[in-house]
Every structure is written in C-alpha cells, then in structure tokens.
Design a protein around this ligand. Structure first.
Ligand SMILES: *Cc1c(COP(=O)(O)O)cnc(C)c1O
Length: 342
C-alpha cells in the first residue's frame, strides 16, 4: 500500500502523505466538496461549472439542499471556463472552487493553473476533478497550484472501485465517513489492498509511458477526426480543437440520432457512447453539450469515441468505414435529412 501511495504521489508530483485512498473518483469528488464544507461550521458558497461530472454536480446540489449556495459557471462553445468568470463569482463566503481539469465527454482541458492562481489570490480553496487527465496528460499539483485533486484508477488502466484524493499539506478537510483511524484518520474502513496495489502499478506504468501514450493517442485521434470530416458531411467537432484529451473524439452528426448510430456501431463490435458513459441508456441529451450551447437536436446526434492504449491505425480505418456506411444508411431513412419526404 505504501509503495502504491508513492507511485501515485510521484505521478502527480505530490508527497505520499498527501494521497488519501477512496473507493473511486466519485468518492474523491464528494470527499473534496463535503470535506471542505464540514471542516467549517457555517453556511458557505461554492463555485463550480455546468460541465462537471455528476459526482461534483449532484454533490453540489446536495450541499444546496443543506443551505449552502452554489454558483454554476457557464462555458463557451468549446467547453472552456473563463477564469475571469471565476474571479467575478468569488464572494466573501466562498469556501471552494471546483473546476475539472479535463472534461470526460468533450475532452476540453480547462485553464486550471490560471483559475487556481485566482483562488489563491482570494484565499479560496481550489479542487480539480482530474479523473480524466491523470495518466493521459502531465499533471503536476505544484505547477497547477491546486489544493485538492481527484483521481480514479480505472481511468488509467487500473482496477475499478479504487481512487484517491490529493489533499495539499495544511488543507483542512473533515472526513465524510466515520469509523476507524485508517488513512491518518481521514478515511475510515479496511483498506482495499488489492485495488490499491493495482492502482499503484497502473500509476507506475502511466508515469513511465505517459509521453509515448499521449503521442500515440494524439496521432490516432487526429487521424480519426480528419477521416470523419473527409468522408462524412454535416459533422461538427465538439470540444476544443487543440486543448483536448489525447484520446477523445466527440462529434455531432446532423440528421441522425446518436442512439441509432451507437446500436449500429455496437453490432459491428465498436464501443462508443452518445454522451457520458455513465449516462448511456438514457435519452436525455448531454448536460455538457447543452451547456456549450449546442441545440438539443444536434446534441442528440452526438457521438463520443475514446481511444486507448490498445487501439491501432487499422482500428481507425475500420471505425471510419463502419461509421460512414452507418450514417449513409440512417440518413437515407431519416425524415430530418430530407424534410420533403414527410
Ligand atoms: C469517471 C469519472 C468520475 C467518477 O470516477 P469513478 O471512479 O468511476 O467513481 C468522476 N469524474 C470524472 C471526470 C470521470 O470521468
């Protein structure tokens, strides 16, 4: 466990004592928000964004129900948060700002270092949900200047059900569970030793392979984006063109339903998603795309593809072939594509 803690700390340039193991990214996010709240015995104000993962958004909503105030910041059409909006939203009673490092749906990488600097100037704590970023892009807690940072092992090829919260030395945070004295009295419960060992190994490998992994995924991503645009008409890339996660492709394909594309891709052995993976199965368009100002009907035709370490150039060719054929077929049947027919 202590070896794992060192590998994880090393991956984000923290000290091992600053790493607290949790049951995953969701608990790390809840721990950050609630832990800061409960460390102070008063009503507080929080700032977050409309594009956070539900682990942050739903936790913020729960804090509102407890009488705390929350400001949900808008993003621009690329999904970027404006640091000046954070500055303007800070109040005397603001306890914490939480802005994700990279968005899980559209891959946009947020200007976290700049936002953290603004928070520090105002004496406000700053948390970032870095679940999507750790292991994909360089993450250095000192360079970013963050106080709290969430991670999850399964997003970097580790096991599911294990994560961690980085808590900068000196930051006061109350436990959100009560029990024994594990994790220096901050997170009780018998430790998930196999999970922790797997997380440690994943962190060790991620640190060693980060650059190679990032370059490979970026190359595949560019090929996938370019081929989709070359072969399919009326598509739009969602998320920032360059400030994005190496393996993330999110496109809106007009005149077709995302769910229909997904079903067809699935039949051909291609796993994709129409929004966040956790929301697949629901028909509500993504809250992230809506916050970016994408019209409902276009958001419905959105498709998220995430590339990973085992993907190859051949996979990209196969996906584009299947996608082109699927879109052609669906558009031929779509009343949206040719309104005159119905
Ligand atoms: C996956 C994810 C989470 C949740 O992590 P779990 O370990 O699955 O609970 C939180 N935030 C982001 C951005 C994620 O992508």
């Amino acid at each position: 466990m202590e070896d794992a803690r060192k590998y994880i700390a090393n991956l984000i340039n923290a000290s091992p004592e600053e790493i607290i193991f949790t049951s995953g990214g969701t608990e790390a996010d809840n721990f950050a928000l609630k832990g800061v709240t409960y460390a102070r015995n008063k009503k507080q104000h929080f700032i977050t964004t409309k594009i956070e993962h539900h682990a942050v958004l739903h936790c913020a909503e729960a804090l509102e129900k407890e009488g705390h105030a929350v400001t949900y910041l808008d993003v621009d059409s690329d999904g970027l948060v404006d640091p000046d909006d954070v500055r303007r939203a800070i109040r005397k009673d603001t306890a914490l700002v939480s802005v994700m490092l990279a968005n899980n749906e559209v891959g946009t990488v947020e200007p976290v270092a700049e936002i953290a600097r603004i928070c520090r100037e105002h004496g406000v704590l700053f948390h970032t949900d870095a679940v999507q970023a750790v292991g994909q892009i360089p993450v250095d807690v000192k360079e970013l200047g963050v106080d709290l940072l969430s991670m999850s092992a399964h997003k970097l090829y580790g096991p599911k059900g294990i994560g961690a919260l980085y808590v900068r030395k000196g930051v006061k945070i109350a436990p959100i569970l009560y029990g024994g004295a594990q994790e220096r009295g901050r997170r009780p419960g018998t430790e998930n030793v196999p999970g922790i060992a797997g997380f440690g190994k994943a962190a060790e490998l991620a640190a060693a392979e980060l650059n190679e992994h990032r370059e490979k995924l970026t190359r595949l991503r560019e090929k996938l984006i370019e081929e989709i645009f070359r072969r399919i008409e009326d598509v739009k890339l969602n998320g920032h063109r360059r400030r994005r996660l190496p393996g993330n492709v999110n496109v809106s394909i007009k005149y077709v339903e995302g769910e229909s594309i997904l079903l067809n891709l699935d039949l051909k052995g291609i796993a994709a998603s129409s929004g966040s993976a956790c929301m697949s199965g629901t028909l509500e368009p993504s809250h992230v795309l809506l916050a970016m100002g994408i019209p409902r009907e276009v958001a419905h035709g959105s498709l998220r593809m995430t590339l990973g370490a085992s993907n190859t150039e051949d996979d990209i060719d196969y996906v584009v072939d299947v996608l082109e054929e699927t879109v052609k077929k669906l558009r031929a049947m779509s009343p949206l594509a040719s309104p005159g027919r119905c």
